[in-house]
Design a binder for this molecule. Structure first.
Ligand code: MN3
Length: 205
């Protein structure tokens, strides 16, 4: 059973004007699809064919002979996670346990905004910015190219794609404006809370 391109969790025009239908058409329909198609090509007839994306990512993360498989499996996973990190009329502030954790671990929503933006702008070239869970604490990290938290045994909670293809149609070279719009209008904090709740063993005491 070949890997499939998962559908977007909302209509293509649902994130407009912060992320246009044109961007989603290209980013999901062309870029994300290309990673899935390439992965299928690379794993055909190998044991990876029957594994999950997460299993492939863990198995190939440190194997330089398998870099193309890692890159395409990770990008296939990263993009699906990114689509679910956003929702129409998202942004604002999280609630409940997640808000407490954000206050404790990241110094509150304003400090989070600054640190997340700094990480996004500071990522040289292509990559991703994440909220992860590390040793029971929320943490902001950035990764290059296809690299992701799963490859480092961290738990991803939120992803923002900062490859140029994520924002060039709507923001040209203005990555900071894209990331500000992502934080203020697109983040689905319920998705973050749901991911956090799946790791109760890592909750703060
Ligand atoms: Mn992308």
């Amino acid at each position: 059973m070949a890997f499939q391109l998962p559908p977007l969790p909302y209509p293509k025009d649902a994130l407009s004007p912060q992320m246009s239908a044109e961007t989603l058409d290209l980013h999901h329909g062309k870029h994300h699809k290309a990673y899935v198609d390439k992965l299928n090509e690379l794993v055909a007839g190998t044991p990876f064919e029957t594994q999950t994306l997460e299993e492939i990512i863990r198995a190939t993360a440190k194997d330089t002979a398998k870099t193309p498989v890692f890159n395409n499996a990770a990008q296939a996973w990263n993009h699906d996670f990114f689509w679910h990190s956003m929702k129409p009329k998202g942004g604002g502030k999280p609630e409940g346990d997640l808000l407490t954790r954000l206050d404790q671990d990241l110094g509150g929503i304003d400090k989070f905004r600054d640190a997340f933006k700094e990480a996004a702008v500071g990522q040289f070239g292509s990559g991703w910015v994440w909220i992860t869970l590390e040793n029971g604490k929320l943490k902001i990290i950035k990764t290059s190219n296809a690299d992701n938290p799963i490859a480092h045994n961290l738990t991803p909670l939120l992803a923002c794609d900062v490859w140029e293809h994520a924002y060039y149609v709507d923001y040209k070279n203005r990555r900071p404006d894209f990331v500000t719009a992502f934080i203020d209008h697109l983040i689905d904090w319920n998705f973050v809370a749901k991911n956090l709740a799946q790791h109760p063993g890592q909750k703060a005491a």
